[in-house]
Write a protein that binds this ligand. Structure first.
Ligand SMILES: Cc1cc2nc3c(=O)[nH]c(=O)nc-3n(C[C@H](O)[C@H](O)[C@H](O)COP(=O)(O)OP(=O)(O)OC[C@H]3O[C@@H](n4cnc5c(N)ncnc54)[C@H](O)[C@@H]3O)c2cc1C
Length: 407
């Protein structure tokens, strides 16, 4: 089948909060023809089905529901002059800044002056979490649950167990209740819960899911507790929450270097990936932050894209990797550079695999200490914490990777 071919100045892949904000900013800045492609029929990204969230950002007072936030973000991008096409999936690459797409109009090949990847993150399904057992209906991730309830009005079940206790578990509980489902328990394998699910739902800590039972419909979730006990919770619905991974498929297909910690593209303070002219923003880089952060990154990437379009950007590839030692899981950005650039809000974002009480973060390069910083609050799995970026000026651009450790 033949593909039609055309050119744009900026191509943005993904119309979530990050991609829409980037589109609005670039179109308003006169970047030329700015086009946003979205594989879903409706633009807006995850907030489209987050009826119970609190969405907002730098420019929003208070908060609003996800669907309202999504509508406002779409309207802002269109008002600024960005082109938006839905039902169009970017499937691969045909050149350094040329992508292949499939959509209602057929197959296309689009070449851009700059490509911005804003493909977001997804929750890992049960199979990817190595939970054994049968595969009956009634097993969801939070995103699938929200779409079933809020976008398609489907019936869910009567008794549900929610697995995980990161903030997204609150959204799952709220959605289940809105659908009239009794929440039997929230289960976490962590010894102490980082966040409490309110409204008198039992919170089972230190419990691991060992299997799912049921044939034509889910009938229970088997658990093993830290003290060796085993139990089965009777339910017809289970929701696996949290455990996000960046939607990095397109980046991977383009041979873009991925960071081993975040599993999104490795990137620097200018949102540059290892592929010249290809930028990345939003939860593709760090699964997951709030929508306001993704949108802030969308606005921030515009400066770097404009440099690229006008040929005034620094070539990529000079930055030093920034790596973490366990129990830290990842840091973002995870490359230094370009010269003089600082990350959003002048800070790095990090995650830990286990709770650390007011840790001391040490930044070093080749054994030479660049910075130390005591956190005022505990670092908790699943929650972001931050490291000031002032030490970037002291990095040797020809030296070994920069290392962050926690004590
Ligand atoms: C259940 C849940 C509740 C949340 N609640 C809140 C909340 O209350 N407040 C808050 O601030 N944040 C909340 N968040 C986080 C917030 O939704 C995210 O931070 C935000 O959506 C990230 O924006 P993004 O643009 O990076 O990615 P996304 O919103 O995931 O958007 C990415 C878009 O890219 C599209 N896409 C992917 N690949 C392709 C491709 N190859 N071709 C074309 N299109 C593609 C996807 O379809 C999607 O629309 C919640 C998240 C979840 C999962």
């Amino acid at each position: 089948m033949t593909r039609s071919e055309r050119n744009v100045d900026v191509l943005i892949v993904g119309a979530g909060p990050a991609g829409l904000a980037a589109g609005a900013e670039l179109a308003a800045a006169g970047a030329g023809r700015v086009e946003i492609l979205e594989r879903e029929q409706e633009a807006g990204g995850i907030p489209r089905h987050c009826h119970h969230g609190q969405f907002g950002g730098r420019f929003v007072r208070g908060g609003m529901s996800g669907p309202t936030y999504a509508r406002q973000s779409v309207a802002a991008a269109l008002r600024a002059g960005a082109g938006l096409r839905t039902g169009v999936t970017v499937t691969g690459w045909a050149g350094p800044a040329t992508v292949e797409t499939t959509g209602p109009g057929g197959l296309e090949r689009i070449t851009a002056g700059a490509v911005v990847l804003a493909t977001g993150a997804r929750e890992r399904p049960r199979s990817a979490r190595l939970v054994p057992g049968s595969r009956p209906p009634g097993v969801h991730t939070t995103g699938e649950l929200q779409q079933a309830v809020h976008l398609y009005g489907q019936r869910i079940g009567t008794r549900a167990v929610v697995i995980g206790n990161e903030s997204v578990a609150h959204a799952a509980v709220a959605t289940l209740r809105a659908a009239g489902v009794h929440v039997v328990a929230v289960v976490t394998d962590r010894p102490a819960a980082p966040l409490r699910v309110r409204q008198r739902i039992p919170l089972l800590t230190g419990a691991t899911v060992t299997g799912l039972t049921g044939r034509t419909r889910l009938s229970g979730v088997s658990l093993r507790h830290d003290d060796g006990r085993t139990t089965t919770l009777r339910c017809d619905t289970v929701v696996f929450t949290g455990d996000f991974v960046p939607d990095h498929e397109l980046a991977r297909r383009g041979g873009i270097t991925l960071d081993p910690g975040t599993r999104g593209p490795a990137y620097d303070a200018a949102y540059r990936t290892s592929r010249p002219g290809v930028f990345a923003i939003g939860n593709l880089l760090h699964a997951v932050e709030r929508a306001g952060v993704a949108a802030d990154e969308g606005r921030a990437v515009a400066v770097s894209v404009l440099h690229r379009l006008s040929g005034t950007d620094e070539p990529p590839g000079r930055g030093r990797p920034v790596v973490v030692d366990a129990p830290l899981r990842w840091v973002a950005p995870n490359l230094t550079g370009p010269d003089g650039a600082r990350p959003l809000k002048d800070r790095f974002v990090l995650r830990t695999a286990r709770r650390l009480a007011r840790p001391l973060l040490l930044v070093s390069q080749g054994g030479h200490e660049l910075h130390r910083q005591r956190l005022l609050l505990p670092a908790v799995p699943g929650q972001p914490f931050h490291l000031a970026a002032g030490w970037l000026d002291r990095v040797d651009p020809h030296g070994p990777p920069v290392r962050i450790t926690a004590r």
